[in-house]
Design a protein around this ligand. Sequence first.
Ligand SMILES: [Zn+2]
Ligand SMILES: [Zn+2]
Length: 111
Amino acid sequence: MKNLTWTCHVCDKERPDEKIGVATGILKDFANARINIRFCNDNATCTEVAREHALRGEFIKPTEKSRVKCYACNKPIKLKDLGCMTRQNNKEYWFHNNIVCLIRGKMKGIL
Ligand SMILES: [Zn+2]
Ligand SMILES: [Zn+2]
């Protein structure tokens, strides 16, 4: 079995599962939409930045190289259109920052 790795949303490094923590918050301006921010749990800066963003309900933008698709409409998400990302059962779900996609996410039971 391949070792599970995740990318830290703060420093953008790929780390083994046990070195990654997740800070959870509620997305600003959209109650009940969770955001999960990954961070290196052995790096104080990554931890602090991630927790602060989660607390404020702001997501840390992914890098251009991490191409993601919206789980609701299945179209690619540009950085400026990213509304929400959440992690369930080690799978990531991304959504556009528009009400239709976010509501579809809610209806699918993801958000
Ligand atoms: Zn990091
Ligand atoms: Zn969408």
